[in-house]
Design a protein around this ligand. Structure first.
Ligand SMILES: [Zn+2]
Length: 262
């Protein structure tokens, strides 16, 4: 498995450098493929009409939040969005995926929204799309490679923050303080993911903002987009080693969850 993954990363890396060398001048607007034929036609009918207007505003909204250049002109690489019942196995994040067209050496993103998951776990559709759009914009900005290497805390923490979803999650976590005290939410941020992890991933990003404001975080994101490995970027931007960062995030998580509000 591991060797296969390494080989995949190598191929991705070669493709990304190839794609970088041939920096596309053209920009691509996201295309919604309304070809859904699945088990949830009522959800497709409810959410389908919301997709186009959201595709017009969300890429720029999250890109500006991340401190990247605006996305009004579209994506560097082609991107399609469609509803499905179940996500394809190649999908890298919960609801969005990057497909590499090996034959052409091209990067292309396929963004899938699982209506089956949405039926089981209803959530705000705009927040959901904004979260996934953050992954899509990061992947597009980095030319796929470094973003595939972002660990979940970083990839999901940025998506929770840029989409606004993180605040909602934090509010819910605070409401459950009685049955689940602050310490229950605390683990190493590089430990395997659990249902509670996203709260702490989000707080890891909030902690960085606390240290050096939103412009500081945006400068950190720009380092990542330039291909600086996350741990190196943390050291350069915040003077923090990985072990210190992890324990500071734990302490910040307990302090934040122990307060009722900010
Ligand atoms: Zn995500």
């Amino acid at each position: 498995m591991r060797r296969e993954r390494d080989r995949l990363l190598l191929i991705v890396s070669l493709l990304a450098s190839f794609a970088r060398a041939q920096e596309p001048a053209q920009r691509y607007q996201p295309v919604f493929l309304a070809d859904y034929q699945g088990e949830h036609p009522e959800l497709a009918a409810r959410y389908g009409p919301q997709v186009e207007p959201l595709l017009k505003k969300l890429p720029s909204q999250v890109a500006v939040r991340l401190g990247l250049s605006a996305y009004e002109q579209g994506f560097r690489y082609p991107i399609t969005i469609r509803f499905v019942d179940h996500l394809a196995p190649h999908v890298a994040h919960a609801l969005a995926g990057v497909t590499l067209d090996v034959s052409g050496g091209r990067i292309r993103q396929e963004f899938e929204v699982s209506l089956d998951d949405l039926a089981k776990d209803p959530m705000d559709f705009e927040l959901l799309l904004a979260h996934e759009m953050t992954h899509a914009v990061l992947t597009d900005s980095t030319g796929a490679l470094p973003s595939l290497r972002f660990e979940p805390w970083l990839q999901e923490g940025l998506a929770e923050w840029a989409s606004g979803d993180g605040e909602m999650r934090l509010r819910r976590a605070r409401e459950t303080a009685n049955e689940s005290p602050a310490a229950d939410w605390v683990r190493d941020i590089d430990a395997p993911e659990t249902g509670k992890s996203y709260v702490q991933y989000y707080l890891a990003i909030k902690y960085l903002i606390e240290l050096n404001g939103t412009p500081g975080l945006q400068a950190f994101v720009r380092l990542l987009v330039q291909g600086v490995p996350p741990k190196e970027a943390l050291r350069r931007r915040y003077g923090l080693g990985w072990t210190d960062f992890k324990s500071n995030v734990k302490a910040y998580t307990i302090a934040t969850l122990s307060r009722k509000t900010d």
